[in-house]
Design a protein around this ligand. Structure first.
Ligand SMILES: Cc1ncc(COP(=O)(O)O)c(C=O)c1O
Length: 424
């Protein structure tokens, strides 16, 4: 073959490969659902980045959850992942549960002040000063901490601190022990510290042992191996601590013992079979941020979005300095247009219109974020872009009141938890 035809053949091959590798156009305008979300935000006079919860989808997720748990386990609502009183009240009503798991002392005070019926379990062990601050800020009322508040304690040392505090305050305290059932994020990991803690509580005039918490999200996150195998290992560890404590306490084993486990990623692994716990805790699966797009949550639906106004819409892509925007958009049809949004850089992923992408060359911004999209996207300034949070616990706190969407309109606003009340 001649050199020229070899060259021509090579060029044609490269061109063909280029056509094959070139990203396809993924751009698509809002579906009717997102159009309706945008119209609802406009009608409600929203003009800034807004966290939206779709109430119907939230309630559907509660029904899905209940269909799995049925009456095999009690349900505890993970408030960290649903950090708003209005949101919690809605879930409490729909699920029929008054059990909450909280992770932040100021929020514990807020719940104790306005939800006298709540049963609160701490989801992490708090410094003893945080516990002290709870009692200092607690203004009294129908919520009875000695019955309705369960502190989580992980070590004999922390337990001794709580005992001293309880004695100095003359306060009865319920104590739940954190177990390490494989996550290795702390908690009791052998029999001896557990026995030491039980012994201390038996001798204490103020501390009452109320049960265990063993959290096991690692079970579905392992790079290799079957989740059921990891689940079973966690269950064996949990069962061992139950057996050790039962044997040690004998008749002093609590009548209404609390044996908590689970989280959104794992709760459906307990649909069938016998397990040593009597309560499962979840929160995130009810709003389903993207981190929870897991096979074990396939029947839950996304129920929360960030809506943010488009400030600027350009028909090209320009990058400051050496302008590589033209090359980027010539190669990738999803970079033909440029949008700047009101705010950005949240823990969230663009959801609608379809095919929006960040631009690594331009960079991220919390003030005006650049997104690129294809010519199929007809967004204009003042239209809305929707993103899906990757997690709820921190993201939900960044937008002020949650806009509650129900069947075409924003029907309510739910304030989110704040750092108030301050220390007296
Ligand atoms: C102790 C504990 N239980 C349960 C959960 C589950 O919460 P979610 O369902 O929101 O993942 C968590 C989440 O961090 C946790 O720390």
């Amino acid at each position: 073959m001649k050199r020229r035809s070899l060259l021509l053949g090579g060029m044609a091959g490269a061109l063909g490969l280029g056509v094959l590798l070139r990203p396809r156009d993924k751009g698509q305008d809002h579906s009717s659902y997102f159009r309706s979300l945008g119209t609802a935000l406009d009608s409600a006079g929203q003009s800034k980045p807004t966290l939206i919860v779709d109430r119907n989808k939230l309630l559907e997720n509660v029904r899905t959850l209940k269909s799995h748990i049925s009456d095999r386990f009690a349900y505890r609502i993970v408030a960290k992942s649903l950090p708003s009183l209005g949101l919690l009240e809605t879930v409490m009503q729909a699920s029929g549960s008054n059990r909450l798991m909280l992770f932040h002392q100021p929020f514990v005070n807020q719940v104790a002040a306005v939800m006298p019926e709540a049963d609160i379990l701490l989801g992490k062990p708090m410094p003893v000063t945080a516990a002290h601050n709870f009692y200092r800020q607690f203004a009294g009322g129908n919520f009875k901490p000695e019955r309705q508040l369960r502190w989580l304690v992980d070590t004999p040392e922390r337990l001794a601190q709580y005992d001293t505090l309880a004695e100095s305050l003359g306060q009865q305290m319920q104590i739940c022990i954190e177990l390490d059932v494989g996550l290795h994020r702390g908690g009791v990991s052998s029999d001896q510290p557990l026995i030491t803690m039980l012994e201390r509580m038996q001798q204490s005039d103020h501390l009452q042992f109320c049960g265990f918490m063993g959290y096991e999200p690692h079970v579905v996150k392992m790079p290799v191996g079957d989740p059921i195998m990891y689940r079973d290992r966690a269950v064996v560890l949990y069962q061992n601590y139950v057996d050790v404590a039962r044997e040690y306490l004998g008749d002093a084993w609590p009548q209404n013992v609390l044996l908590n486990a689970g989280g959104s990623p794992t709760y459906q692994l307990y649909d069938h079979g016998n397990f040593p716990f009597n309560e499962l805790a979840t929160g995130s699966c009810l709003v389903k941020p993207t981190d929870f797009d897991l096979p074990t949550l396939a029947d839950h639906k996304p129920a929360s979005y960030i809506g943010t106004p488009v400030l600027k819409a350009l028909d090209s892509l320009e990058i400051p300095g050496i302008n590589l925007g033209g090359i980027q958009s010539a190669w990738n049809p999803n970079r033909a247009r440029t949008f700047f949004t009101y705010g950005g850089y949240w823990k969230a992923k663009p959801e609608s219109p379809l095919g929006l992408v960040h631009n690594g060359l331009f960079g991220r911004s919390t003030n005006q974020e650049m997104l690129n999209g294809s010519r199929n996207i007809s967004l204009q300034p003042d239209d809305w872009i929707f993103l899906r949070p990757t997690q709820s616990e921190f993201v939900f706190l960044q937008f002020g009141d949650i806009a509650v969407y129900d069947d075409g309109s924003i029907v309510e606003h739910w304030p989110v938890f704040s750092e108030e009340p301050k220390l007296a």
